[in-house]
Design a protein around this ligand. Structure first.
Ligand code: TRP
Length: 373
């Protein structure tokens, strides 16, 4: 990898991601002001993740807006690879998806790819990924999705309706395409090579069920885009509309790297962390504050480089003016790291207490959401 470069695939994010460059590489579009204006009109209010360019890229979002303006329904589809417990970074696109569901009254299909994580992770048994899928489902439900409009499924438990469509997708995707898109090698197991056809299916499922083209919008982190390029390429030949996409950036980790990773437990906050433990993780997070309080008061800091600031920016401070204030105080040395961390720790603890209560309640509500064949 050349210096300053970066790699983004569905299974690997390394280097410092240049999000503008990624849009060029992937051939997606930046969400422009006219699209934002349309969403504002429909939703009444622009979600802060749109205002701040956290959800920043798309494919064919205008087409979905056209359908909506004509009074036609569309379906939302998103997913999660259950390779571990849910951390706060995972919640970010789901919170946004809920905003879309609430604003557009759209049905949501939520795919849990227990098959994917079994196939791609040497160390994981299917029992593990299935257990995580159910754990993750509790976090999804705890966010307050509308039970009447939300369907959650594990691939292995809903495979009968999925399989027929997956086969038709798979028949149209060659090994050389899969290699080019995902970087597979001769040593890659054949389940992994097939998997992308399973991730395509929910984009077509509602059309299949209704026997007519139902437009689909997929909110996802931009690393999932390669899958859906394949999905879009095969759509017309299979008689389905191409799904539209809306992409977000990655939630930064407490260690200061680009993507919060579930494999580093100290730099991620899990939804099941005891609030006190989460608070400690924040207090111990890397911020690179001044060597002394005095130095920091004099020189200030750069909030854009700070993981704690990112937490406020990406999830925990919805008010733009307050974010700007925080940034100013940090730069001018008015607020030093210890203080800023302590404030965030209180917010995260309060969030976790509420989320954990909802998560407990979700245990009795699983069956309202789960689809099985
Ligand atoms: N492959 C995704 C992951 O590893 C899970 C997933 C399946 C997904 N379908 C999706 C994510 C649709 C976003 C949108 O997390």
């Amino acid at each position: 990898m050349p210096a300053n470069d970066f790699v983004v695939t569905p299974w690997e994010v390394t280097g410092k991601v240049d999000y503008e460059k990624l849009v060029e590489r992937f051939g997606t579009q930046i969400i422009d002001d006219s699209l934002l204006e349309r969403i504002r009109r429909h939703a009444g209010e622009l979600h802060f993740m749109l205002r701040r360019g956290i959800f920043y890229s798309h494919r064919d979002l205008g087409g979905i807006m056209n359908e909506h303006e004509k009074g036609n329904e569309f379906v939302l589809y998103t997913g999660r690879g259950p390779s571990g417990s849910t951390h706060l970074g995972h919640l970010m696109p789901w919170i946004f998806t809920k905003y879309l569901q609430d604003s557009y009254g759209a049905k949501l299909l939520f795919q849990l790819t227990d098959d994917e994580k079994f196939l791609f992770n040497e160390a994981m048994s299917h029992e593990d990924t299935k257990r995580y899928a159910y754990e993750n489902a509790l976090d999804i439900i705890a966010l307050g999705f509308d039970a009447k409009k939300t369907e959650i499924f594990l691939d292995t438990e809903y495979i009968t309706p999925l399989y027929e469509i997956a086969l038709r997708v798979a028949k149209r995707v060659t090994f050389s395409t899969a290699k080019a898109v995902f970087g597979f090698k001769n040593s890659t197991n054949i389940g992994s090579i097939f998997f992308t056809s399973i991730q395509s299916v929910p984009a077509f499922l509602e059309s299949q069920r209704q026997g007519r083209g139902v437009p689909c919008l997929i909110p996802c982190a931009i690393d999932q885009d390669p899958h859906f390029r394949v999905t879009r390429d095969v759509a017309s030949a299979l008689g389905y509309p191409k799904p539209a996409l809306i992409h977000c950036k990655f939630f930064p980790s407490l260690a200061g790297s680009d993507k919060m990773s579930a494999s580093n437990t100290e730099s991620s906050i899990f939804t099941t962390d005891a609030p006190e433990v989460a608070g400690d993780k924040i207090m111990n997070a890397f911020t690179g504050g001044g060597a002394t309080v005095r130095e920091q008061r004099e020189k200030g800091r750069k909030p854009v480089e700070c993981s704690i600031y990112q937490y406020y920016y990406y999830v925990f401070e919805e008010d733009d003016e307050k974010v700007a204030e925080l940034s100013r105080k940090c730069k001018e040395g008015e607020m030093i790291c210890g203080e800023c961390k302590a404030l965030l720790a209180e917010r995260v603890k309060a969030f976790l207490r509420a989320h954990q209560r909802n998560r407990e309640k979700a245990k009795d509500r699983l069956e309202e959401f789960m689809l099985r064949d």
